[in-house]
Design a binder for this molecule. Structure first.
Ligand SMILES: [Zn+2]
Ligand SMILES: [Zn+2]
Length: 150
């Protein structure tokens, strides 16, 4: 296939095909959407707009920051990605296996924490407060990441 985004091989190997995902959600397969979705699927990281642009550029798939921003708004609205609002730039992650998030209050780094690790904590929170985090995982743990802890 000609003009295939360079990032696409990631999702063919290990991830649901980005094109199929976009179509299933009624979205047109623009190059920007394919790049951004493939990047987030492949890395499973939570990236800010600036970080996503930086990585896309390094992977040879430059996408204008405004396009990345608009793309992530669309993807988040359809639930393909989700936003984590920390003390700094909003980070976006792929919606896949249920997870909670840790947020560094200094640098804004967001990491995923598999929900399976925290089932007891979630049960205890419900027991103590009556609040049940939703199925997608919604605990936010604030602190300082390893890189900032000096
Ligand atoms: Zn997440
Ligand atoms: Zn940090």
């Amino acid at each position: 296939m000609s003009g295939k985004p360079q990032l696409a091989h990631h999702d063919q190997a290990t991830q649901p095909d980005a094109r199929a995902l976009l179509r299933r959600h009624g979205l047109r397969c623009t190059p920007g959407r394919l790049h951004v979705l493939s990047l987030l699927s492949a890395t499973e990281l939570h990236l800010s707009i600036a970080e996503a642009c930086d990585r896309l550029t390094r992977l040879g798939g430059y996408v204008h920051p405004t396009t990345v921003y608009r793309t992530l708004e669309v993807l988040t609205a359809t639930g393909l990605t989700h936003a984590v609002h920390g003390p700094r730039a909003t980070r976006y992650g792929i919606t896949g296996a249920p997870h909670h998030h840790t947020v560094c209050q200094r640098c804004g780094h967001v990491a995923a924490l598999a929900s399976t690790h925290l089932t007891e904590a979630v049960d205890r929170i419900e027991e103590l407060t009556g609040l049940r985090p939703d199925a997608s995982g919604s605990l936010l743990v604030y602190g300082r990441c390893a890189g900032c802890d000096d």
